[in-house]
Design a protein around this ligand. Structure first.
Ligand SMILES: *Cc1c(COP(=O)(O)O)cnc(C)c1O
Length: 207
């Protein structure tokens, strides 16, 4: 997308440093295939069962971006290239067991509840450092980085900056932040992955 390139350049960053995760949830396989044929390689889905119906699309890479139930962990481990919503010990246990069984472990991102909001998933801010260290110890370099969704209706930039600072402290490369409404600010704050759905595929379809 042009706007990603523009945002990267105006932040003094290389456009190639920002990966577009095209969020195809609720959109049919045909829409995914059309985007893939147009050159889009990386996709995001928030429901494992829905993802299983569209992927593997040979050659496409899949990120599971939504809150993940432990009973879906095994399927996510088999299917995904990255699980972006690791936020609790029970899920880490389920992923670990599934990975040993499947003989593969996707990249993992710790989702941080960066605005400490009651209703949001993600590890609480007060627990984030300890949880990230524990996940690094457990999963080694498979722990690739951090993900967040900032609070709605306020300037997201400070929240993105906070996530980037946390990733710096832990020496983690991947910072997945920014959606259709705020990816430019996220790129300015150092996002390596932006998860963009409606700006690519149009409004979400009823599911
Ligand atoms: C749906 C979703 C997105 C994409 O949202 P848009 O506003 O459609 O770009 C990004 N991240 C997560 C976790 C999502 O669930």
């Amino acid at each position: 997308m042009r706007r990603i390139e523009g945002a990267a350049l105006s932040a003094g960053r290389a456009p190639a440093a920002v990966t577009l995760v095209a969020v195809s949830k609720t959109h049919p396989l045909e829409a995914v295939r059309a985007a893939f044929e147009a050159g889009q390689a990386v996709f995001g889905e928030n429901r494992v069962q829905e993802a299983a119906q569209k992927f593997p699309l040979a050659g496409a890479r899949l990120h599971i971006i939504g809150g993940l139930q432990t009973n879906k962990a095994a399927q996510a481990v088999r299917l995904a290239d990255s699980i972006d919503s690791l936020d609790r010990a029970a899920l880490a246990d389920a992923i670990d067991i599934a990975a040993q069984k499947a003989g593969r472990l996707p990249a993992l991102l710790v989702q941080v509840n960066i605005g400490d909001e009651d209703q949001k998933s993600g590890v609480a801010l007060a627990e984030a450092d300890g949880f990230i260290r524990a996940m690094r110890a457990r999963f080694g370099t498979h722990l690739a980085g951090l993900m967040c969704i900032p609070p709605e209706g306020v300037d997201p930039l400070p929240y993105f900056q906070r996530l980037a600072a946390m990733a710096d402290v832990h020496g983690l490369d991947v910072r997945s932040m920014g959606m259709s409404g705020d990816f430019e600010a996220a790129i300015a704050a150092g996002a390596t992955h932006v998860r963009v759905g409606s700006a690519i595929f149009g409004a979400r379809l009823a599911s």
